[in-house]
Design a protein around this ligand. Structure first.
Ligand SMILES: Cc1ncc(COP(=O)(O)O)c(C=O)c1O
Length: 437
């Protein structure tokens, strides 16, 4: 039997089982960016997930926006059962396509603007960006420079990383494509026009890439009129515009794609995370005609990922979740604004649909608050220098939002005091903003 929809603690965080795994992982894992010290089990329901020590958390981070339907959604469990006895689940999808490949393309085309009539399926968000940039560059055959925005995050592969502008740790020591970075405000227009008049001719600009709502960089909603102005310049100069919807896409903002709010349609868009596979989506004329010009062994060939992504889109349609995300998002921002009126540490409430955030006075206080929330059994994630993402699964209701807000208020009242420090085992593994060494 499942544990019911309730936060529950059986052990301290991390519990002994999680700690044993974490210690082994720390030794063997070549990368380390773990924000929280617990190991998830495969048990969960809706917005709740259990760790291997039996503790139950309320998840307002949605696996970094890649778990839109929450834990063990019956539609997705059914898909899992259908594919349980099939091997190999991973096929060389570009060379040996599967029916699911076509079904995913059909679903994608059904939720994108009319001019997007084809897509290339790939494995991750960064690869979706890589291929978006590649197809844009092929159109601009004399590309010399690519353009992105301050605070933009587009992935960690070298091409995508050249366009990423969030933290130094992502970029230092790596070579970059020739890239220019525009500020994310009205001055960007003047700066962009200057690049086009003084540095490069329009045909030398391979692409402009933008997130309509910045993710990792701080959940900033790009003003709709700024999106329009950027689109106008790219159109006027025939420069391909890419909207990166890896984090904001597939309904999270209450529309299928966040750029829809501004009324612009880019030349190319990406998707991944909630889609379960990566996708570069555009008009057929943007894609290369030669065989093999873009490809990948597993691109579009992971049967289960495809089937889960297809079902995710169908379930969002069936359960009318775009409307739900819009309404619940309004409720979340309403409750956050109420709280920010009471607590002067909670600032800049912002977002669209279920892609929301607020800021705290400093990175240290933010990190303390994230850990404080975890100690209350609530999983959230930071963004930007001092932001907190509020990104529940689409199956969340006002009840879960109220639990989140009540706990946020309590944690805010303690963790934001200047004398506050976290204590206990948790500090060995997580960044609580204090040097415990
Ligand atoms: C907007 C955006 N683009 C690209 C990426 C890279 O995706 P992935 O981590 O799947 O490579 C991310 C990941 O957070 C993202 O948020």
């Amino acid at each position: 039997m499942f544990f019911g929809n309730k936060i529950k603690f059986k052990t301290q965080i991390p519990g002994p089982k999680s700690e044993a795994v974490l210690n082994r992982l720390k030794k063997l894992n070549g990368a380390w960016s773990l924000p929280y010290p617990f190991i998830q089990s495969n048990k969960g329901k809706g917005c709740y997930v259990k760790d291997i020590d039996g503790n139950v958390f309320l998840d307002f981070a949605s696996q970094i926006a890649s778990n839109p339907l929450g834990y063990n959604h019956p539609d997705l469990v059914k898909v899992g059962k259908k594919y349980a006895k099939i091997s190999p689940l991973k096929r060389a999808g570009q060379d040996f396509p599967v029916e699911e490949h076509l079904e995913m393309l059909e679903e994608l085309v059904s939720i994108t603007p009319k001019r997007f009539d084809s897509a290339f399926l790939i494995n991750s968000g960064a690869e979706a960006v890589e291929n978006a940039v590649k197809i844009a560059m092929r159109k601009q055959q004399s590309s010399k420079v690519v353009v992105s925005f301050e605070g933009g995050f587009h992935g960690r592969t070298l091409g995508a990383l050249s366009l990423t502008n969030t933290k130094k740790v992502h970029k230092q020591f790596y070579m970059s494509l020739n890239a220019r970075r525009l500020p994310l405000d009205d001055t960007s227009i003047e700066r962009f026009e200057h690049i086009l008049s003084a540095e490069y001719s329009p045909e030398e600009v391979g692409c402009v890439i933008i997130e309509a709502v910045q993710g990792e960089g701080g959940y900033k909603v790009v003003p709709f009129d700024l999106m329009k102005k950027i689109r106008d310049i790219t159109k006027k100069n025939n420069i391909p515009m890419i909207c990166d919807e890896v984090q904001s896409g597939v309904g999270r903002t209450g529309k299928w794609w966040a750029y829809e709010y501004s009324g612009v349609v880019p030349d190319v868009q990406t998707s991944a995370k909630a889609l379960q596979v990566g996708a570069t989506i555009s008009n057929k004329t943007m894609f290369p005609k030669e065989d093999g010009a873009i490809s990948s062994t597993w691109g579009g060939g992971h049967l289960l990922d495809l089937a889960l992504g297809i079902q995710t889109i169908r379930t969002i349609k069936k359960q009318n979740l775009l409307k739900h995300n819009t309404e619940l998002g309004d409720y979340i921002r309403g409750r956050l604004i109420e709280l920010s009126n009471k607590c002067d540490t909670i600032k800049n409430v912002r977002g669209l649909g279920l892609m929301n955030a607020f800021d705290l006075p400093s990175p240290k206080i933010r990190n303390n608050l994230l850990l404080g929330l975890l100690k209350k059994g609530i999983i959230t994630l930071g963004c930007g220098p001092s932001g907190v993402r509020v990104i529940p699964p689409y199956v969340a209701t006002e009840k879960e939002v109220d639990i989140f807000i009540d706990n946020l208020e309590k944690v805010n009242n303690t963790c934001t005091k200047s004398s506050f420090t976290h204590k206990g085992k948790i500090c060995k593994y997580a960044d609580c903003g204090v040097d415990h060494s």
